[in-house]
Design a protein around this ligand. Structure first.
Ligand SMILES: Nc1nc2c(ncn2[C@@H]2O[C@H](COP(=O)(O)OP(=O)(O)O)[C@@H](O)[C@H]2O)c(=O)[nH]1
Ligand SMILES: [Mg+2]
Length: 343
């Protein structure tokens, strides 16, 4: 598929070697407006993230001192399990409690924000006119660094815009679930009865990432069995000590808002537990470390990628082919040359 290239989503996110920006914007003004919670400014900033704008460096520098206030909740689970419905119900619950909420629907599989997200828009539509809610979908496919790079930047925009809670829903399955869990303070894994979900869960490795488990569609047959099976599987891998977090299993009927208060309660408890045990700060540091790593690796890859006609690389290649250097030594020299360049 070549359409994502045409869509311009495959530029390196660091600005290095990127084409000129479509239209230059005044970052200071945008950030100031986003901070006041103006939706258009927030939208522009997330578009800069999505488009991997060269102005991102400036944006992130301006946002940095404004961030850290938001609590990030990730929602993962197979398509159709009820993530968007649950997200919408959670938004209602948080709004009732007077909190400002950001919703980020991330689609790592598609360069377009249409398709699967269209139905989500409908499910979220009741919040569309609420100024205390910011809803945004974002596609990450084609980015070097993908979800691991793009999601934290968009989260930072919503954080700086004053969201108290940010709900991140991933559209898609597999690796993206694990990746999005790494972005969240608390990860919610959703299952539904009758989808062979217990086995799916084990396969996808999601039994390791859930801080809170939700068995949605509890109005359907088999919800109790799914919860039991899940409980059993969680117990199998258990080597928890006293004081360790034991992920709760909450049954919901998201479509009717049933059980949502219990989910909010479980999220609050997990947050309190993390704060009490200094886990929250540690998680956030791990997240920042991953983010720095992704940006650095992406930047290095972009620079190495642009070396194809480079004389130094050609010379190294000649030494490897004539046996006067091994490829590891040559790679070391190449990297040393790259990092030396920067100083
Ligand atoms: N029976 C039942 N259907 C639900 C429930 N929650 C969501 N649904 C339906 O399941 C379908 C998929 O929901 P959606 O939230 O889009 O799932 P997502 O793909 O995980 O975001 C929709 O038709 C919802 O109306 C529930 O608690 N019970
Ligand atoms: Mg959805």
């Amino acid at each position: 598929m070549s359409d994502e290239r045409a869509n311009g989503h495959d530029r390196p996110p660091t600005g290095a070697g990127s084409p000129a920006p479509r239209r230059s914007v005044d970052v200071g003004t945008l950030v100031e407006q986003a901070r006041e919670g103006r939706p258009r400014a927030v939208a522009r900033l997330i578009s800069l993230v999505e488009g991997a704008s060269p102005q991102l460096r400036e944006v992130m520098a301006a946002l940095a001192p404004l961030t850290g206030g938001a609590y990030v909740v990730g929602l993962t689970g197979s398509p159709g399990v009820g993530k968007s419905t649950s997200t919408s119900a959670l938004v209602s619950a948080y709004r009732k409690a007077g909190r400002r909420v950001g919703v980020l629907a991330v689609d790592p599989s598609s360069p377009f924000s249409g398709g699967a997200l269209l139905g989500d828009r409908v499910r979220m539509s009741e919040h569309a006119s609420d100024p205390g809610v910011y809803i945004r979908s974002m596609a990450t496919r084609g980015h070097l660094g993908g979800l691991a790079w793009a999601a934290p930047q968009a989260i930072r925009v919503l954080d700086a815009a004053g969201c108290d809670v940010i709900l991140v829903e991933t559209v898609g399955v597999g690796q993206s679930e694990v990746e999005i869990a790494a972005q969240a303070d608390t990860s919610v894994v959703l299952l539904a009865p009758g989808m062979g979900d217990g086995i799916q869960a084990a396969k996808a490795g999601i039994l390791e990432i859930g801080d809170v488990y939700v068995v949605n569609k509890a109005d359907r047959d088999g919800a109790d069995a799914t919860a039991r099976e899940l409980n059993h599987m969680l117990g199998l891998g258990e080597s928890r000590g006293p004081g360790d977090w034991r992920p709760p299993i909450v049954k919901t009927v998201a479509a009717r808002g049933e059980g949502i208060d219990e989910v909010v309660d479980a999220l609050d408890k997990h947050r309190a537990w993390m704060e009490e045990h200094s886990v929250l700060a540690a998680r956030r540091r791990t997240r920042a470390a991953r983010e720095i790593e992704t940006i650095a690796v992406t930047a290095l890859r972009a620079r190495i990628g642009s070396l194809s006609g480079d004389q130094h690389l050609s010379a190294l290649a000649a030494r490897v082919t004539d046996g006067t250097a091994d490829p590891y030594t040559a790679a070391d020299e190449l990297i040393a040359g790259l990092t030396g360049e920067q100083q």
